[in-house]
Design a binder for this molecule. Structure first.
Ligand code: ARG
Length: 501
């Protein structure tokens, strides 16, 4: 293999690994435009670990001399340790793959050139991204479950606080605060499920597909899969190198997670207004105004809401990039990375900040309780009772509408009217029904599965705990993901299947 050609010395990004058939230097503008090193440097661990596994396999299969394979693996380990320790700076290459190879060449000379046997950057980059995303999913799932636990603890700290439940942002029917918060816990649980589903499809090794067609070398991708902790090996070399649906799927899961965080953040913003006053944000999670001295702003919550739009944009970027591409690899696919990395960063930060926000919120139960007045949220109870006692529901609806008007004109609640007053509207009404119009009575009657009655909410808490335990045991049962710092590639057999779900 010829020595890599060096581009102009003052533009390190033009160091090339493919100089043989070229005359003249790469234009510096083109070099700067085509380099991915400024962002794909974060794949260095995945790339080096992938190369260690690949070189190990090449040596064991006798595709390259065993002693050279060992030197390559040793050199790669050194590079990894030096980059980890900040001793080796990632620079002066077209992308992370060429950087690692040229760093190896600096150490080993000619022998480094054997690493790229039976491999292309096309299967290499797909492998790197999959290794990277598996590691990120583990982190994101861990953080999402942690957030579920925080929400659960807030719910359990206020077991009997009732809030107005809203539709159209108009007070509708009272619900337990815990019930409202648990709705988000379930949403996050489905987000965990989506990341786990994505993980199962990401957990496939593309290495061995080479540029697009496979390779004539007697490689053993199953061995590589085992070394890298992949459950399966790609079945089609074109598919392996040309698709990024796994990246799109990851970003989709991230976009939906952010959508849920955004809605929760939006409610925090609303609840922290003077008009609502349901919660107070501690000073440690609030920010001020440069002009209005009295202001205390929920910036962090607003930004979680705002940043959800970035991740939706990231999803559009990945899918739009893929949709017109002929098989197999195209350079357009390099554009997946910044979108994926942005989604990773945004989700990780948002999950952590949301956890901090929830710890820094004080529930104003008095204010919430006073908001239960004036909304006539028990009206449906009266209509339901009349219907149960034989009145057609439409007639009952009409009658209770008049009852609400009557109470409203007198500035009283439905539960503050006397039996005599109720009887003026219908002889079917009694004291039991009056009681049922209180917020507690209304909520207690919602005993249907998944309803807001306290005993149903207790059941939900139990059920959600089980899902959390299940997610944690999924995390605990995963083989060590080699991309995590200080974890060497495991020597696990490759016949492991990812967990069923
Ligand atoms: N930097 C490239 C990417 O991110 C790596 C693969 C390049 N392969 C190629 N044949 N140019 O997709």
């Amino acid at each position: 293999m010829p020595e890599p050609r060096r581009g102009s010395q003052d533009d390190p990004a033009t160091v090339r690994m493919w100089g043989g058939r070229f005359r003249g230097e790469l234009d510096p503008m083109v070099a700067a435009f085509t380099t991915s090193l400024p962002f794909d440097h974060r794949l260095y661990r995945a790339d080096i670990l992938g190369s260690i596994a690949h070189a190990t396999m090449l040596g064991r299969r006798g595709i390259i001399p065993a002693d050279e394979a060992e030197r390559i693996v040793g050199g790669l380990r050194e590079i990894l340790a030096e980059v980890d320790a900040g001793l080796l700076k990632i620079a002066a290459a077209e992308d992370i793959h060429t950087f690692v190879e040229s760093a190896l060449r600096t150490r080993l000379g000619e022998a480094a050139g054997r690493l790229h046997t039976a491999r292309s950057r096309n299967d290499q980059v797909a492998t790197d991204l999959r290794i990277y995303l598996k590691g990120e999913i583990v982190k994101i799932v861990g953080r999402t479950v942690a957030l579920q636990q925080v929400l659960l603890s807030v719910a359990e700290a206020h077991p009997s606080v009732l809030i107005p439940g809203y539709t159209h942002l108009q007070r509708a029917q009272p619900v337990l605060l815990a019930h409202h918060l648990l709705a988000y816990v379930w949403m996050l649980g489905r987000d965990v499920g989506r990341f786990r589903d994505a993980f199962a499809r990401i957990d496939v090794l593309p290495l061995g597909a080479a540029a697009l067609a496979g390779t004539s070398y007697p490689i053993d991708p199953h061995m590589v899969a085992g070394l890298l902790g992949f459950s399966r090996v790609a079945e089609n070399s074109l598919d392996a190198t040309a698709d990024r649906d796994f990246a799109a799927e990851f970003v989709m899961a991230a976009a939906l997670l952010m959508t849920h965080l955004s809605r929760l953040a939006g409610e925090i913003v609303l609840w922290a207004t003077a008009e609502f006053g349901f919660v107070e944000l501690l000073d440690t999670i609030s920010t001020g105004s440069s002009i209005m001295p009295q202001k205390k702003n929920p910036d962090a919550a607003e930004l979680i809401r705002g940043k959800s739009s970035r991740v939706l944009g990231d999803l559009v970027t990945v899918v739009a990039m893929l949709r017109g591409l002929p098989l197999a690899y195209n350079s357009d696919m390099q554009e997946d990375k910044e979108a994926v990395f942005d989604a990773v960063d945004t989700v990780n930060a948002s999950l952590q900040v949301m956890g901090i926000l929830l710890h820094g919120i004080r529930v104003n139960a008095d204010r919430i309780t006073s908001s239960l007045r004036g909304g006539f949220m028990g009206a449906t109870e009266v209509a339901d009772a009349l219907a149960r006692r034989g009145m057609p529901f439409r007639d009952a609806h009409e009658l209770v509408g008049r009852l609400v008007l009557y109470a409203q004109e007198r500035g009283r609640e439905l539960w503050e009217l006397s039996l005599e007053e109720y009887r003026q509207f219908s002889p079917l009404l009694d004291v039991e029904i009056i009681q049922a119009t209180t917020p507690a009575g209304t909520a207690a009657s919602k005993r249907s599965p998944g309803g807001t009655a306290p005993e149903r909410v207790q059941e939900q808490i139990q059920a959600v705990r089980e899902t959390i335990t299940e997610s944690l045991s999924w995390l605990a049962g995963l083989p060590a993901i080699p991309v995590e710092r200080d974890a060497a590639p495991s020597a696990q057999p490759s016949n492991r299947r990812s967990p069923e779900r």
